[in-house]
Design a protein. Structure first.
Length: 232
């Protein structure tokens, strides 16, 4: 029995040791930051596709630590609005057409101007704008912002989170949504893609929830129809 216990402890220790060795080392994090190049500036969406939008990127502590203002100037595309309406109705079939329209309208209004990446975020990764290609030619950009209480109905309160995953090229003035061989887990959505991703959740009203305040996901990482962004 004693030998079995020792064996189990050894396995646990080995497993913990493997877990501790995973992740980003200080050296790797520093390389990611040192290779990062300046992506600050003003960008507008390529008018050939998507919805009119703009992005202003500023450096905070350094070029790896950025913040941005994202403007959804034209609102949601017709396709995105239809998808969101269907999700809201599917989540709460009791809503009237007017309730669904009003809820989606409030969510859309909350996305008009967003501040992303303000303060230290994605610090374990190395920052919001890092290079993972070991040469400094590709920027892997990730920013996020969560909004509480963006819409309400008699049956609950809606929250929204916007995640922005971009790829920058040192030789280009564009930011696009193409994943690269170096894109890390924190630099892309759960489905493995980049883009402007919208997640909406609802906290049921206490009067309608039989099991307390349990948050439900209305839509998970809906990729909004936004074209690549061009610096001017």
């Amino acid at each position: 029995m004693r030998s079995m216990i020792k064996g189990c402890m050894a396995i646990i220790a080995f497993t913990m040791g493997c877990g501790a060795s995973q992740g980003v080392s200080d050296q790797d994090r520093k390389e990611r930051q040192d290779l990062a190049f300046d992506v600050s500036g003003q960008y507008v969406e390529d008018a050939a596709a998507g919805t009119p939008s703009a992005l202003t990127v500023t450096n905070e502590v350094g070029v790896h630590d950025i913040a941005a203002t994202f403007e959804l100037r034209g609102g949601l595309s017709a396709t995105d609005r239809t998808t969101l309406k269907a999700a809201v109705r599917r989540d709460d079939p009791s809503l009237s057409d007017a309730d669904v329209d009003n809820t989606v309208g409030q969510i859309e209004a909350s996305l008009a101007t967003l501040q992303l990446g303000v303060g230290p975020t994605f610090t374990e990764r190395g920052g919001e704008n890092i290079c993972l290609d070991h040469t400094g030619d590709l920027a892997e950009i990730a920013m996020r912002h969560s909004l509480g209480d963006v819409a309400r109905t008699a049956n609950g309160t809606y929250d929204a989170t916007v995640s922005l995953y971009l790829t920058g090229h040192r030789s280009s003035n564009q930011l696009d949504y193409e994943t690269t061989p170096y894109t890390d887990q924190d630099g892309k959505g759960q489905n493995g893609g980049k883009g402007v991703l919208l997640t909406v959740t609802r906290t049921p009203a206490a009067s309608t929830s039989s099991s307390g305040q349990t948050t439900v996901t209305v839509v998970s990482e809906q990729a909004l129809k936004i074209g690549k962004l061009v610096k001017y």
